[in-house]
Design a protein around this ligand. Sequence first.
Ligand code: PGA
Length: 238
Amino acid sequence: MNLLRFDSEDAWVAGVANLWRDRLQTNPRLRLCLPSGNTPIKIYAAMAQSVKAGQVSFRDAEIFALDDYGGLAPDDAGKCVNMLRRHLIDHIDLPTARFHFIDTDASDLARVCREYDRIIGDGFDLTLLGIGLNGHLGLNEPGSAPDSATRRVEMHASTIGASANYLNHSNLPTWGVGVGLKPLLGSKEVWLLANGAKKAEIIRRAVEEEITEEIPASLLRKHPNSSLFVDAEASALL
Ligand code: PGA
């Protein structure tokens, strides 16, 4: 795993956005898997700005949402699909049909998951990921098998607690559906993103402790083309 450290959060945002523009310019048909959450918000704003400035286009790209919570109203501001729309999709030139997300309200979830994996097909060119305080990747909680498919997951207590960051009510989700480690680790390139002091300890464990399913992010160290983008605070314990 390549380690890219930046002196400030602003430099970290600019560094990720620069490389992302580069990947899109090299391959306009880039197939991306993208997270919601707080980590990528400023990076998405930078990419939206780049589209507005005519520096880059998502016209021929394809975006897959990494995961989503179950049991929330479809228009809940904290649903991952709505966060992704609000922070990125609504501000870029991606055709509607090229944005894929998971319908957690479907009666047959197993079928929805199979279909998502089918559309993912040959896989992602580039996957961006945040990291949970327990080392999770999307909804791949500690203990997830490296060959796991897209599936329904019961969330761990810390993940349920973290969901409160995105909701404007206290009816926290307890389960969700997330892209599995198999398609994520099968992505041609993976970028793990972390900023802020809160992430410093789990980043240290993911980078320096043994590679184990108990810290899903540590599995990225075996990926042939993975990079960790960290600001000064998130890398303070490395
Ligand atoms: P965050 O969430 O980006 O809001 O910190 C990351 C995660 O839990 O995967």
